[in-house]
Design a protein around this ligand. Structure first.
Ligand code: ZN
Length: 143
């Protein structure tokens, strides 16, 4: 799969515009062989960095790109990083929510409502990783 602009700049999809700008400036300096001149056309990586920056630098074009990315991911089926048994998640009785730490120290959270609606894919609230929650559907309670 083609690298996303975020991957080219090596930033999270939730990065702030300051973080993106900082990354861009760092990267382009490293890929800029001639600081006074323009980037050579045959420097593929520098071209990719410039293209990524061009899209992510303004909120409007970034938003359009995000929508395009989301559509692309839907077409390809969301990338699932791992499958987690519901029993292995922590349950919060107050919020009726199952949750789990992501390796980025973000959180995956899924509510009982989500589960009842058949939702089983959860995004991290901090990075772009997703997990699939495995659980048995309990059909009707006979009590
Ligand atoms: Zn994460």
């Amino acid at each position: 799969m083609e690298e996303t602009h975020y991957e080219v700049l090596n930033v999270s999809e939730n990065a702030t515009s300051e973080q993106i700008k900082f990354r861009f400036q760092n990267l382009i300096l490293r890929h800029h062989p001639d600081k006074r001149g323009s980037v050579p056309q045959d420097d593929d990586q520098a071209q990719r960095i410039l293209r990524a920056w061009d899209v992510l630098r303004t909120p409007q074009s970034r938003k359009e790109y995000d929508a395009e990315l989301a559509a692309r991911q839907r077409r390809q089926g969301a990338v699932i990083n791992s499958e987690i048994d519901l029993d292995d998640m922590a349950y919060n009785e107050d919020k009726l929510t199952f949750s789990m730490r992501c390796r980025c120290s973000g959180t995956y959270a899924i509510t009982e409502d989500d589960l009842e609606q058949g939702i089983d894919v959860v995004c991290c609230d901090n990075c772009s990783l997703r997990i699939r929650v495995l659980y048995d559907v309990v059909e009707g309670d006979d009590e």
